[in-house]
Design a protein around this ligand. Structure first.
Ligand code: 13P
Length: 262
């Protein structure tokens, strides 16, 4: 698939104060400048960073001033526009900072903050209503994989998350397949296994919206992606890129992933 969309997104999780975040994004800019001029360029690749809420404003300012080929995303949001929801952040607040993307339903949010397919669905709908592209996460646990339940489980997460959406909504939609056992463990899925699961995700999408829509939705792999393994994932036909955790926290290692994903 020569013409597939290629996306590398960094999920910084709960790391980086706003000063550290600015240092990181400026370090990344320096490295991207070099990559942009090395003959291969960066045209074919979309780069997204998702800092914590507290660093969004400072990163937004850097991106606005320097105009690097980097887009901004958040890691979560609530579904209401405003109200008495102490501690929550709304879609208009993200929109105000030019956040074009928002990660929804990461396994860490499902595990520690009680998110369910139902709340994921509400958040996805709110993001779409505000023209923020959701990066909706799914992924099985080790127990589910070992019990041979990966595909039905992923299918239920996808169907729950997209409940009530239209084919048109899928034009602004990204899915991240992140097997829980591969997150932060240094243990990746085999690229061909990830490709099979993502192929199944597209079958599920096709059953709702048809094959053309299913083919056009970018699906990323996440879980211990590094500069040394990204090319193997990108070589798989169904994989559009990666959602990167740990290796996105250092300018050299994130730039290395981008370089090898081209
Ligand atoms: P790691 O790249 O650290 O395994 O994290 C993956 C992830 O959870 C991205 O959302």
């Amino acid at each position: 698939m020569q013409d597939k969309r290629r996306i590398i997104a960094g999920n910084w999780k709960m790391y980086k104060t706003s000063k550290e975040a600015v240092d990181l994004v400026q370090g990344l800019e320096d490295r991207l400048d070099i990559l942009a001029d090395d003959g291969k360029g960066l045209e074919g690749i979309e780069i997204i960073v998702c800092p914590p809420f507290t660093a969004l404003k400072s990163i937004y300012t850097v991106l606005w001033q320097d105009k690097p080929p980097v887009k901004l995303g958040a890691q979560n949001m609530f579904w209401e526009d405003e109200g008495a929801y102490t501690g929550e952040v709304s879609p208009p607040m993200l929109k105000d900072l030019e956040c074009e993307f928002v990660i929804i339903g990461h396994s860490e949010r499902r595990m520690y903050f009680g998110e369910t397919d139902e709340t994921v669905n509400k958040k996805v709908k709110a993001a779409l209503n505000h023209r923020i592209t959701p990066i909706m996460c799914c992924g099985e646990s080790l127990e589910q994989r070992q019990a041979g339940k990966t595909e039905p489980f992923i299918e239920s997460q996808i169907l729950g998350g997209i409940e009530g959406l239209t084919a048109n909504d899928m034009k602004n939609f990204i899915i991240a397949y992140e097997p829980i056992w591969a997150i932060g463990t240094g243990k990746t899925a085999l690229p061909e296994d990830a490709n099979d699961v993502i192929s199944h995700i597209r079958t599920v999408l096709a059953s709702r919206f048809g094959t053309d829509v299913a083919k056009a939705v970018p699906v990323l792999y996440g879980g211990s992606v590094k500069g040394g393994n990204i090319a193997d994932f990108m070589a798989e036909t169904e994989i559009n890129g990666a959602l990167v955790g740990g290796a996105s926290l250092d300018a050299d290692s994130f730039a290395d992933i981008i370089k090898n994903a081209r």
